[in-house]
Design a protein around this ligand. Sequence first.
Ligand code: ATP
Ligand code: MG
Length: 144
Amino acid sequence: MNILNEMKVEFLSKSSNESFARITASAFIAQLDPNIEEMSDVKTAVSEAVTNAIIHGYKNAVGVVTMMIRIFEDRCVEITILDKGAGIADVDEARTPLFTTCDGEERSGMGFTVMETFMDQVEVFSALSEGTKVVMRKTFAKGN
Ligand SMILES: Nc1ncnc2c1ncn2[C@@H]1O[C@H](COP(=O)(O)OP(=O)(O)OP(=O)(O)O)[C@@H](O)[C@H]1O
Ligand SMILES: [Mg+2]
């Protein structure tokens, strides 16, 4: 399938950049004229993936998070979020609903489940001490 457009941004792993990533992604996909639900699904999924890169990937350290978005001719949007942080020991376990490595009330272990719910496909590539790459795809409905 032919690529119609592509972008890449890099930003520091600061929690204030979670909204930057979300807004940047929605600005880029706006060219597809998505409906409200598609727009909100993508923002939610980007939020979860970027929050994971910041909180789990880099923990308290500062590193670089990369977001790439490609738009294909068939209205498929492919969003890649990657970090060069801690990595995930067992990806299947990490993707299990309610699994979290964080104690306390703030994390519910539902991030990957949310990404899977709101996107058509979610792939996770990760290696300990090397980092994590999350590739999410969603095909938008035909324009009205
Ligand atoms: N980028 C990442 N780098 C390292 N570990 C990660 C990364 N993303 C996810 N993980 C691991 O996978 C687990 C599950 O992630 P998930 O987003 O589903 O839940 P959570 O972040 O713990 O909680 P929630 O997203 O509900 O706040 C995390 O607790 C963490 O151990
Ligand atoms: Mg999470």
